[in-house]
Design a protein around this ligand. Structure first.
Ligand code: PLP
Ligand code: SF4
Length: 431
């Protein structure tokens, strides 16, 4: 299958797009001027149900929607475009709007380690056992998700977390024996040609780092371009590389990003999953919970059951991050927990490897364990699945119940306490 990319500049060439009215196409132009927009022919031809595109989850996940901008911003950009305003003026307005959308959430800057006197801008090291690695060639995606928390990388051309050199990564891993996992991330590292994977993975294998147990690859490609693992020119080479790494005693985990069961149903994705598993790759799945896409227990239960049947291990359910089009997708913490629980309750134990709902915020990954009552006060029970300080993990703590809260910032400590237990240490860590 030949890859064809669509973006703001050529989406009107998509054959199916003629179902849309001129006004609907203009909405895509307006919102797509602010938020990054890109999709591909697999998504367009094999995933989207065009007969019902207005409510189609995959359409909404790929094509900018009107309500992803607040009304004032939408009107402003719309009128600039209608009046054919100079590019520079449009760009200035767009920049202002983007900066209001929290383009860089969860204090990622503070995860960049200093090593041998140098800031390693292609690495983030937040949790003790795992580093994120941002290979330069993998800082884009086959298609962009409309809820993406890395959207500013694409929209603002801000590739500040990318790094080329494998040898620095190797030295960093050797100097930090507590690290067991490297997560290749982006963008989507699977957009890289296999020769780049070879460069990085061979360096890791040859360095023979005893503490390195898992190489993970965070990717959306199984969902949006499964041909990466089947018919692309260098697909076979990639699978052979995975086999080789595995033979050398390093586990490869593909952290697959699936938002909706539809993404699991095509022949292409099924063949890709089969080939990866056959090459010894472990596939784990993760997704945020998103209004208008997957905010129902039945969808999640179907997702997990379908995944397990295909050999994919359910891993995380995230709460949509506080960035970009958050309001469009936001599900309250209360509902996220209810949906998680109702889904978890209707699947067998083999699917219950999943953890969540979890907020990836600056102090760590905070799970909403449930709603409870302690001494007559209604509370959220929370728990760190990961913490900037590992000693925070696994200690339940309590926030005042608030049915409208959508993120950690909306929560206050229960029992009239002034701080959550970790806060003092957290501010010290950051300082
Ligand atoms: C989620 C995340 C990880 C991976 O955490 P696991 O719980 O091991 O999957 C690593 N680093 C950062 C910054 C993360 O947000
Ligand atoms: S695949 Fe990941 S990085 Fe790429 S657009 Fe989607 S959420 Fe963002």
């Amino acid at each position: 299958m030949q890859y064809k990319q669509y973006s703001l500049h050529n989406f009107r060439q998509i054959p199916q797009i003629n179902i849309l009215t001129e006004e609907q196409k203009f909405v895509i132009e307006v919102v797509g001027t602010v938020l990054p927009f890109k999709t591909d022919n697999y998504v367009v031809d094999e995933l989207i149900d065009w007969t019902n595109f207005e409510n189609d989850p995959i359409f909404i996940l790929n094509f900018p929607q009107k309500d992803m901008l607040d009304e004032a911003s939408f009107r402003k950009v719309a009128s600039l475009l209608k009046n054919n305003s100079p590019r520079k003026i449009v760009q200035e307005e767009v920049k202002k709007i983007r900066l209001k959308l929290n383009p860089n959430p969860a204090g990622q800057e503070s995860n960049v380690p200093v090593f041998e006197g140098e800031r390693l801008t292609g690495i983030q090291h937040k949790y003790r056992e795992i580093v994120l690695f941002f290979p330069t060639q993998g800082q884009t995606c086959h298609a962009y998700c409309t809820f993406c928390f890395r959207w500013s990388q694409f929209a603002l051309n801000d590739f500040k977390f990318a790094m080329k050199e494998a040898d620095k990564l190797v030295r960093y891993l050797k100097a930090n024996p507590q690290i067991t996992d490297v997560l290749f991330t982006g963008g989507d590292p699977a957009v890289m040609k296999t020769r780049f994977f070879e460069e990085y993975f061979n360096a890791l294998v040859e360095a023979d780092i005893p503490n390195l147990k898992n190489i993970r690859i965070g990717t959306k490609s199984l969902a949006y371009w499964p041909y990466r693992f089947t018919t692309d020119d260098d697909a076979d080479d990639l699978l052979n590389l995975f086999r080789k790494v595995k033979k050398n005693g390093i586990n490869i985990a593909l952290m697959a990003h699936f938002n909706h069961p539809r993404e699991l149903k095509t022949d292409a994705v099924r063949e890709a999953i089969e080939r990866l598993i056959e090459a010894g790759v472990q596939i784990r799945s993760q997704s945020p919970i998103l209004r208008n896409i997957n905010d129902s227990a039945d969808i999640w239960a179907e997702n997990w059951e379908e995944q397990v049947a295909l050999g994919v291990i359910p891993y995380y359910m995230f709460v949509a991050r506080d960035t970009g089009a958050q309001d469009y997708f936001a599900v309250s913490l209360k509902r996220a927990w209810q949906i998680y629980r109702n889904a978890y309750n209707q699947v067998s134990g083999i699917c219950r490897t999943v953890k969540g709902p979890s907020m990836s915020c600056s102090p760590g990954k905070i799970q909403i364990m449930g709603v409870s009552e302690v001494n007559g006060e209604k509370v959220f029970v929370l728990n760190f699945l990961q913490g900037r300080d590992p000693s925070w993990v696994g200690k339940p703590f309590f926030a005042k119940y608030d049915p409208n809260a959508i993120w950690i910032d909306d929560l206050e400590p229960a029992f009239d306490e002034s701080n959550f237990f970790y806060e003092e240490a957290y501010y010290e860590l950051l300082a």
